[in-house]
Design a protein around this ligand. Structure first.
Ligand code: ADP
Length: 213
């Protein structure tokens, strides 16, 4: 199995794909959004940036990623979910990974139409404790008991940034800053693209399994 970097617009399915890989293949999953949301509980400035949908500064995010990658052992396989988001971050990540001797990486770009993304953002709820993601608009992602996590039974909440306004900021940031990285990784020869529209969830997971081998 290869190490995985997900590149995707908001609510494309990075979290769901990551949960699947963790469960099935025991990957170590690092979601920069989840880590930052946890840190934001004690940091008002960070909380405001996250709510607005803007990117946090590299001075915050790069040491964070460096630390989590350094904490891994040689046998661990990792998923980066939410990093890199800019070309500058991608170049910095190359330096970190080559310093750690990590070579086998696949970059998985998840492609979803904008209208579908908006629907998902509006219906998304996350567990307040384990951060597992649900969706009240999609049958297969509804919790078994309303507003309760299937795994830990904690209450489900809405993310502060899961509204139309913040979505549009995040989506535009994705187009401007993250899309250029796709070309960068394509050139390097490690890019794979997966379509993840509603009807193709099972097919998408099948594709995912084949590209990480
Ligand atoms: P989504 O993919 O649904 O937009 P995430 O949970 O991945 O949400 O990220 C939420 C927020 O965390 C982003 O809008 C941004 O403010 C911040 N963030 C996450 N990763 C990064 C990163 N690599 N660089 C800068 N900011 C980040």
């Amino acid at each position: 199995m290869k190490n995985v970097i997900f590149l995707a617009p908001p609510a494309a399915g990075k979290g769901t794909f990551s949960d699947y890989l963790v469960e099935k293949f025991n990957y170590k999953h690092f979601s920069t959004g989840s880590i930052l949301r946890e840190n934001a509980q004690k940091n008002e400035k960070l909380k405001q940036i996250l709510e607005s949908g803007e990117l946090v500064e590299d001075e915050v995010i790069i040491p964070l990623i460096e630390n989590v990658l350094k904490s891994l052992s040689k046998e661990d396989k990792f998923i980066l979910d939410g990093f890199p988001r800019t070309l500058q971050q991608a170049k910095k990540l190359d330096i970190i990974l080559s310093g750690l001797g990590v070579l086998d990486v696949v970059v998985v770009s998840i492609d979803v139409e904008k209208e579908t993304l908006i629907d998902r953002v509006i219906g998304r709820k996350v567990c307040s404790k384990c951060y597992k993601s649900y969706n009240t608009n999609i049958l297969e992602f509804k919790p078994k008991v309303m507003d309760r996590c299937d795994d830990c039974q904690s209450v489900l909440i809405k993310r502060e940034d899961d509204n139309q306004k913040s979505f549009l900021v995040r989506y535009n940031t994705y187009l401007e800053s993250t899309l250029p990285i796709i070309a960068y990784y394509k050139e390097k020869g490690c890019l794979q693209v997966i379509q993840n529209t509603e009807l193709e969830q099972t097919k998408a997971l099948e594709q995912l399994r084949s590209v990480i081998k």
